[in-house]
Design a binder for this molecule. Structure first.
Ligand SMILES: [Fe+2]
Ligand SMILES: [Fe+2]
Length: 376
């Protein structure tokens, strides 16, 4: 609790800082401040909380609310002028970072048939999840990927990439997910525009999916040593089929139903060094138990409808809606249908949490694992 004219976060707990202000100490703090220094015991309880305290709040972005605004941006700005014509998701607790949750960015990008965005590269890792439209494509380091609804695509850090929609396509909208806030926090972000504005396609279309997207098989003579998956595109059809097949082999997770991670086929690890992604299936009538863990998550509803309870608050969702779960927030998911499954796509910063040894998970123990609602 701050007291007097200075911050002094005292806690009456053994082992925690609890130093009373005195005139002598306050004068001492002034002297330290003049030297660009400070007494740790005045801020220790704030900067080292007992457990993670996310400044992000749980948010649900309804597609039916956002879609018309996303489409309107087509009339208002050109992709040439905007660079990327995107409406970004701005968490009320993370506005300064332009983050959707934690250190993750998310936005909805729209392109019309025949439009092409300029090629660029950045230190942030990026992904796309296709929401609607036909004819979208991405070129990543000369590899052209054709994209359809619910396909998941990588544009890893440092790669040249550009997006477009073929002239015989339809208006396309996709979610962009990036770790821009994280890379900025680490003060390591570079951005480059391609010297020719567009890159050449140097390989057969969808060659990486053809080479690396075969379950249990890898090319005998191809080498891959980069920090991201060579399988740059994960199509919806095989993903959904895999969930259904895995569902026949497992009872699933009490917290996630049938959950499968998108992986780098070379390592079995996450698709990129900083961002992980998964697709989960909630079976007809399934209601998961609550848990919480470190790591920030953005969900997009790929199929079906239902609701999630996040830190005691209910969020009703349907296809194309996006919602976030902040780090260490309790969450549980409910499929609203008794006859059909629901699928949730997620991306997250778990690779960062895991590689830094910061991953922690906890089950909600009370009330048979279900959170009481704090708000209706
Ligand atoms: Fe980009
Ligand atoms: Fe979870």
């Amino acid at each position: 609790m701050a007291t007097g004219r200075r911050e002094n976060h005292r806690e009456d707990v053994a082992g925690r800082a609890n130093v009373e202000d005195t005139p002598e100490l306050l004068a001492y703090y002034d002297e330290l401040e003049n030297l660009d220094a400070g007494a740790l015991w005045t801020v220790a309880n704030k900067i080292e909380p007992w457990q993670p305290k996310s400044s992000s709040v749980p948010v649900l972005w309804r597609y039916e609310d956002l879609r018309r605004h996303v489409l309107r941006s087509v009339e208002l700005v050109s992709p040439e002028k905007a660079g990327r014509r995107v409406i970004y998701l701005n968490n009320p607790g993370r506005r300064e970072q332009a983050a959707a949750v934690g250190w993750l960015y998310s936005g909805l990008q729209v392109m019309h048939p025949g439009e092409v965005a300029s090629a660029h590269a950045h230190s942030a890792s990026a992904l796309r999840f296709i929401m609607e439209g036909k004819g979208a494509y991405t070129i990543v380091d000369g590899h052209k990927l054709t994209l359809g609804a619910n396909d998941f695509v990588l544009t890893p850090n440092g790669t040249w990439h550009e997006h477009g929609v073929s002239s015989d396509g339809t208006p396309c909208i996709w979610q962009d997910g990036l770790d821009i806030p994280l890379v900025n926090a680490l003060e390591a972000n570079f951005y480059m525009v391609h010297p020719k504005m567009q890159q050449e396609v140097g390989h057969p279309v969808d060659d990486m999916a053809h080479a690396w997207g075969n379950p249990g098989l890898r090319p005998a003579d191809a080498e891959w040593a980069r920090g991201y998956s060579p399988l740059l595109k994960y199509e919806w059809g095989p993903t959904y089929e895999a969930l259904q097949r895995y569902g026949k082999a497992t009872d699933g997770s009490p917290y996630d139903g049938i959950l499968m991670n998108y992986v780098n086929p070379v390592t079995g690890g996450p698709v990129m060094q900083t961002i992980g992604a998964s697709m989960q299936m909630l079976r007809a009538g399934e209601a998961t138990k609550a848990h919480r863990h470190t790591g920030s998550f953005i969900y997009q509803v790929a199929k079906g409808s239902g609701h999630s309870i996040i830190d005691g608050k209910r969020f009703d969702w349907k296809e194309r809606d996006i919602f976030c779960v902040p780090s260490w927030a309790w969450h549980e998911h409910v499929n609203g249908s008794d006859s059909d499954d629901a699928c949730l796509f997620t991306f997250n910063d778990l690779p960062v949490m895991r590689s830094l040894g910061l991953y922690r998970e906890e089950a909600y123990g009370d009330n048979q694992g279900r959170q009481p609602l704090t708000t209706s």
